[in-house]
Write a protein that binds this ligand. Structure first.
Ligand code: ADP
Ligand code: MG
Length: 231
């Protein structure tokens, strides 16, 4: 009976995903098809048409990139990395977006060993997702604190704290559900993919939020074993 239940749970998540993918990808395809038809029927080839087509294709690419991470958890390649270095690279990458949005990113790293065993690109994807969500939650600008602190003896806690719009109770309950977004241009995949990556790294993620005052995303990850240092 237990096995059956697990199977049907899997089926419903797969079904949920399939329905979501079909829906999310059909919209941009319908738009692209429409503009291609317009041009084929002799309507002037306006630059705007190409712009829309290009941005709709980018949207499909974005969705597929995020889905591929879900489809290929077995390709996780673990390497010893300093989480501080990964975070520095990610914040540099997001600098322009932060500046354009009047957002200041402040880092508070407590001293100590911050090496973890991880797939660098996947974990960066997680940090990008959470920091982007924080930036997007503060349309009027504000501050994001990125805090690193030892958790117990063998783990590290990364907190991403924003002063944004916060997450209402009913949205909090749907976080991680595929394609659930409150944004005009959101995919609603970022959180689900991030959670999956963190779990693949034997970590946990927790969100605490207060409407109109901000959100904290806490990620706890195991530190790399000492013997892996080599030197
Ligand atoms: P997306 O960013 O594409 O909408 P996500 O899975 O990253 O998808 O997030 C899902 C939803 O959760 C967002 O649309 C938003 O409503 C909410 N959310 C996530 N992070 C935050 C945050 N830091 N502040 C406020 N709302 C958030
Ligand atoms: Mg997001």
């Amino acid at each position: 009976a237990e096995e059956l239940m697990i199977n049907s749970e899997k089926l419903s998540l797969a079904g949920q995903l399939a329905a979501g993918i079909a829906h999310e990808i059909r919209n941009p395809i319908t738009a692209i098809k429409g503009f291609v038809q317009l041009m084929r029927n002799g309507y002037a080839e306006k630059k705007e048409y190409f712009d829309i087509i290009a941005s709709e294709i980018t949207r499909i690419e974005m969705i597929l990139n995020e889905l591929l991470i879900l489809a290929k958890p077995q390709t996780v390649k673990l390497e010893r990395q300093d989480i501080r270095v990964l975070l520095a690279q990610v914040t540099t990458l997001l600098d322009t977006q932060a500046i354009l949005n009047n957002v200041q990113i402040v880092t508070e790293f407590s001293p100590g060993i911050t090496h973890i065993s991880c797939d660098e690109n996947q974990l960066k994807q997680v940090f990008i997702n959470f920091i982007k969500n924080a930036i997007e939650a503060m349309p009027g600008g504000g501050e994001i604190v990125i805090r690193l602190k030892r958790e117990g003896t063998d783990r590290i806690r990364l907190s991403i704290i924003d002063q944004g719009c916060g997450i209402p109770e009913h949205v909090l309950g749907r976080l991680g559900q595929p394609f659930y977004t409150t944004k005009e241009n959101g995919t609603g995949l970022g959180f689900m993919v991030s959670k999956r990556i963190i779990e693949n790294h034997h970590g946990t993620v927790k969100v605490t939020s207060c409407e109109n005052s901000g959100t904290t995303v806490d990620v706890v990850l195991p530190l790399a074993h000492e013997q892996q240092t080599g030197i």
